[in-house]
Design a protein around this ligand. Structure first.
Ligand SMILES: Cc1ncc(COP(=O)(O)O)c(C=O)c1O
Length: 429
């Protein structure tokens, strides 16, 4: 069979494919014994599940609302009543000057990023030059890799690494490098996830403001991925505040609130960009799914989309973050080279194994054999030209699952790290 360039590019194996297949085999197909510390599935939170079930009950018992939800296409911009309520909610909460013309819905943030990156980066219409997406700080979200229709659309910059007490590090943006990149390359957009998946970093307000000014100055959008951020699911454990402006594209998702199955992404941007995305959505999807927006409409009406985020979900993950961090520190007490990123948001431990004698890809294979699923760090450096050893020295561990599984998994990870440092190798065969 002969395949197109597009087909060959998008059908090749990728990090995100491996991650999602692992997630499926551990959560949906296995015998239930796998220790799933890999993919980005949110944890099960009884209060959230009860609220979603009760919202669905209301929809089912409210005249023909259920039939309309599943029986009618929404428009290509997305479900109108939800967009209106959300524009009003964000305007009231943050004072952002938003109207419904500032919001478009997609079939999940992954779908948002495919549209956004290919809107702003790649070969320019009627020109030969390649515009890139600047990722000002890697490690950065695995799902961005491979989304460009053109090759090499990402340009990534290394972070500065701040050393903190208790074997903890924090990544910071190197603004000199950002300014150089903006001068030396054709940059079509800057993009940052806040909080960052995989590291749990939350870029500080001054970093966000500086990126915002630089992008405004360069006449390009700053895309801020708030999949874990404010106002829902609100997984930010520092005082960082959200920010929106006409040149900022802020993306949200219903997934990490507890609804990854409904595939709903939200894009907040100026009306010109929203019009472009609406047209792209019509061609690629006709419309976005209606189930997520209808459920979320019900939650906004009850006030629970925000209150559950701030009062339940954030607390749930924050406590898990403390438990996971303390456990990793205690079970690797004798391993001074095992460090981690400060957990400022999201639900991951980013374990950095300084001067690791093997690769974390080999460690991943070994752990999978022992029934522990994690994600090797190398996938979180999209567009990084540098052969930075750090890439092979990190591991992403999710602590969103059941405490028992996280505890068992972390103990096995510590055993394997101890063995690797002691023997200088990992048994993968
Ligand atoms: C930082 C980040 N952005 C976007 C996504 C995509 O989320 P979804 O497509 O489920 O909305 C994820 C999923 O893990 C993520 O971690």
């Amino acid at each position: 069979m002969q395949y197109s360039q597009y087909g060959t590019k998008f059908a090749q194996p990728s990090g995100i494919l491996e991650l999602m297949e692992d997630l499926d085999s551990a959560l949906n197909r296995g015998d239930g014994n796998a220790l799933m510390l890999g993919g980005g599935n949110p944890g099960r939170i009884p209060a959230v599940e009860r609220e979603l079930r009760s919202a669905m009950d209301v929809i089912l018992n409210d005249g023909d609302r259920f039939e309309r939800m599943i029986g009618f296409y929404d428009g290509p911009q997305g479900n109108g009543p939800f967009i209106e309520l959300l524009a009003d909610l964000l305007s009231r909460t943050y004072g952002w000057p938003l109207s419904p013309a500032h919001i478009a819905l997609t079939n999940g943030s992954q779908n948002s990023f495919f549209h956004l990156f290919n809107l702003f980066a790649g070969r320019q219409a009627n020109k030969t030059n390649l515009h890139r997406v600047l990722l000002p700080l890697v490690p950065e979200y695995i799902g961005y890799s491979d989304t460009g229709i053109d090759s090499d659309v990402f340009l990534s910059l290394l972070p500065r690494i701040q050393e903190l007490p208790d074997r903890t590090i924090k990544y910071q943006i190197d603004f000199e490098a950002v300014e150089e990149a903006l001068q030396d390359y054709d940059i079509g957009a800057i993009c940052v996830s806040r909080p960052t998946n995989p590291s749990g970093n939350v870029i500080e307000d001054y970093e966000l403001n500086r990126l915002s000014l630089l992008s405004q100055h360069s006449g390009i959008p700053l895309i801020v991925d708030g999949a874990y951020g404010h106002p829902f699911p609100g997984l930010i454990y520092t005082g960082a505040t959200p920010h929106w402006d006409d040149h900022i594209v802020y993306t949200l998702s219903l997934s990490k609130f507890g609804m990854p199955g409904v595939r709903t992404g939200i894009i907040i941007a100026n009306p010109e960009i929203i019009t472009m995305l609406t047209r792209m959505n019509a061609v690629n999807n006709l419309a976005s799914g209606s189930v997520g927006p209808v459920l979320a409409t019900e939650l906004i009406r009850r006030g629970s989309l925000i209150t559950l985020s701030t009062e339940v979900i954030r607390k749930f993950y924050r406590e898990k973050a403390d438990r996971a961090r303390n456990l990793l520190l205690s079970c690797t007490e004798d391993l001074p080279d095992v460090r981690m990123h400060k957990i400022e948001g999201a639900f991951f431990l980013w374990v950095y194994c300084h001067e690791f004698p093997a690769t974390t890809g080999e460690l991943y294979t070994r752990l999978k054999k022992r029934g522990v699923y994690v994600v090797p760090g190398k996938y979180y450096f999209p567009g990084l030209a540098d052969d930075w050893p750090h890439k092979e020295e990190c591991l992403r561990v999710s602590f969103a699952g059941e405490d028992r599984a996280v505890e068992q998994g972390l103990k096995i990870i510590a055993e394997e790290l101890r063995s690797a440092y002691a023997t200088g190798r990992i048994e993968t065969g």
